[in-house]
Design a binder for this molecule. Structure first.
Ligand SMILES: C=C(N)C(=O)O
Length: 120
């Protein structure tokens, strides 16, 4: 089974109630080392999305069940890298999304992504 990064505080990586699943913000942590290794926004987005995919696979949800992703990034000028990584990882029909710049993220990450998921 795929590994999830350890939570970095007193919270659950995700919670599920029946057909509904919500994730905590997923940092771009490599689950093998529990550190952030990716150095670009593009690679950090891919790692965040992989961590969300791991949650989905543990709970037997599909990527198509993702209704909404919220992307927090520390430099909105890197927005095109977010889109590039999304295009690589996801396919239409894309989830709804909000992307916002914030001043700082835990572990000095460049990106954090959270998901709202509902199974039919
Ligand atoms: C990384 C987080 N999601 C947190 O600290 O809340």
């Amino acid at each position: 089974m795929k590994k999830l990064p350890k939570a970095i505080g007193p919270y659950s990586p995700y919670r599920k109630k029946g057909k509904f699943l919500v994730t905590s913000g997923q940092l771009p942590i490599n689950p093998e080392t529990n550190t952030i290794e990716a150095t670009t926004v593009y690679d950090q987005v891919l790692q965040c999305l992989e961590n969300i995919e791991t949650i989905l696979s543990i709970e037997r949800f599909q990527i198509e069940d993702v209704l909404k992703l919220t992307v927090y990034l520390t430099d909105l000028s890197k927005f095109s890298e977010v889109n590039q990584a999304f295009e690589e990882k996801l396919s239409a029909e894309y989830p709804a999304r909000t992307a916002i710049e914030i001043s700082k993220l835990p572990m000095d990450a460049l990106v954090e992504i959270e998901a709202i998921v509902l199974r039919d």
